[in-house]
Design a protein. Sequence first.
Length: 194
Amino acid sequence: MFERFTADSRQVVLDAQAFARRLGHRWIGTEHILYALAASQSDISELLRGRDVTPQQVEQEFLRLIGPGHGALDRDALAAIGIDLDTVQARIEAVFGPDALVSCAPQRRRWPRSRRQDCGPVTGHIPLTKRSKKCLELTVREAQAVHSGSIGMAHLATALLGIPDGVPPRILAAIGVSGIDLRAEILSRRRQTS
């Protein structure tokens, strides 16, 4: 499926994975894809940012709704009280050894077992959630509907914005933007350029 994705739309999926990894999440959800769309350098991201759907706004609402994953520390909050996280980590590891801050203590389960967070940093492959897989399937359908040989950013954005449930609609509502209106505008622009 990914061979038909344009370089830009493929990069969004990779950026969503990087965002998930940075937050300490062990899954790639549609919320990570929304962040990556807003952070990309494309016409779609310009449209999103023009409606205040910036990477910063998406991340802020994302963290408010979901929070960071296991092991993710809020670097900015610590810096605000005069603590440099990198310095603290380096000193602890110098005394106690590498990965001394990695805790394997049992965590309160907030997610189903399939998304349970194990101890240690997020490395390797991060799986897509069912909703993210559905989003990518809808992206292919969006491209097929307009007989496009390639799958671009507009297809990905309209598919994502067409999903009525999950975290992205809640993020957009908190920002004060309608996903339905954004989707309609992207579709309208796509028709005008065709």
